[in-house]
Ligand binder design. Structure first.
Ligand code: UD1
Length: 329
């Protein structure tokens, strides 16, 4: 089976490629290297001892993408390519809608044209808006607080409508919670350019001494210790969730949360990171960040039941693996 992974050189895509190659799939990557590097493809090959067929292609570029479909017998697509910085999406909404919605449209169009009937989409728990956690797949989607979130909701909608119009098409929407960690080899991981927006990459920068202090955005939320609660999931568990989703050949649309079902507070994560890696993480509590919710975690039972997939790795594993990567890179 040949699987096309868009954004396969990126943080999540690269871990998906490793999981696929380990399970015997052949992998084709289409990535424009906007927020990733070619060396990641070489690291995937080093970890798995298998080759990746790489195309430096912008998924929005219809002609370039078409050549990937013409030159390969593709059996399924995992669509991860996209912009993902929430703050940037508020400043540059047009770029976000154009890129994230445009790539979904271009890719699904090629799938229909070339009769590729399995489509897995990298969505986000952000589409639940302020539904009360634990959130489950039956809930009505609520507005998100930013264009990035809306591009995920719109892409979901486009794929649902397309599946209804094309009965042979199987679409799986995977709603990610908070992916963190790295492959246990430390060869691939998350490497955000500039100042990281997300918590875990910020913690690692502070632990390394690159930044003086972590700012904890609020300790007056109605949560166990007042800091924000999220469902952190090891990126390799997330990657394996995609492989499990490929076994699902149900026609129409299937939706799954990929999370652990456990809520962890900012302070709990910081303390776990310090304890596991034996490093200090200096922090200061500041004002809440605009648009943040108090508590977001999954009901993860549907994926367990239908896909026979559950997150196996612990918070300690996430903290250890991310630190191994930071020190090797
Ligand atoms: C954010 C995005 C979400 C996206 C996800 C990707 C927002 C509003 N949401 O989610 O759409 O899918 O990233 O992983 O940005 N925190 C601090 N200090 C920091 C950074 C974060 O205290 O320097 C806190 C936040 O307030 C939050 C938690 O850490 O409680 C997690 O934050 P983050 O890693 O940015 O993820 P989300 O906000 O859940």
């Amino acid at each position: 089976m040949n699987i096309l992974v868009t954004g396969g050189a990126g943080y999540i895509g690269s871990h998906i490629c490793v999981s696929l190659l380990r399970k015997g799939y052949s992998v084709i990557v289409a990535d424009n290297l906007h927020n990733s590097e070619i060396k990641t493809i070489h690291k995937i090959e080093e970890i798995t001892n298998h080759e990746v067929s790489f195309y430096e292609v912008d998924v929005c570029d219809s002609a370039a993408l078409e050549s990937v479909f013409v030159n390969n017998q593709i059996d399924g697509v995992i669509h991860c390519a996209g912009y993902k910085a929430v703050g940037e999406s508020i400043e540059q909404p047009v770029a976000y809608y154009k890129n994230n919605v445009g790539s979904t449209l271009t890719l699904i169009e090629k799938c229909i044209k070339y009769n590729v009937n399995q489509f897995v989409f990298s969505s986000s728990a952000t589409v639940y808006g302020n539904n009360v956690s634990p959130v489950d797949e039956t809930m009505e989607l609520l507005p998100t607080t930013n264009p990035y979130g809306e591009t995920k909701a719109m892409s979901e909608r486009i794929l649902k409508d397309t599946a209804h119009a094309n009965p042979n098409l199987s679409v799986t929407l995977l709603r990610y919670f908070n992916p963190v960690g790295a492959h246990e080899s430390g060869l691939i991981g998350e490497n955000p350019k500039g100042i990281p927006n997300n918590l875990m990459p910020y913690i690692t920068r502070v632990a390394k001494g690159e930044f003086e202090q972590l700012q904890i955005f609020g300790d007056d939320y109605p949560t166990k210790d007042g800091t924000g609660v999220r469902d952190y999931i090891h990126v390799m568990d997330l990657a394996e969730g995609h492989v499990a989703a490929l076994y699902n050949k149900a026609e129409g649309v299937s939706i799954y949360n990929l999370g652990t079902g456990e809520g962890t507070s900012v302070l709990e994560l910081v303390n776990k990171f310090s304890e596991v890696n034996n490093v200090d993480v200096n922090y200061q509590v500041v004002e809440r960040r605009d648009g943040d919710l108090a508590s977001v975690y999954a009901n993860a039972s549907k994926a367990a039941k239908d896909l026979n997939w559950e997150a196996k790795r612990s918070l300690a594993d996430m903290c250890r693996d991310v630190w191994t990567y930071e020190q090797r890179k």
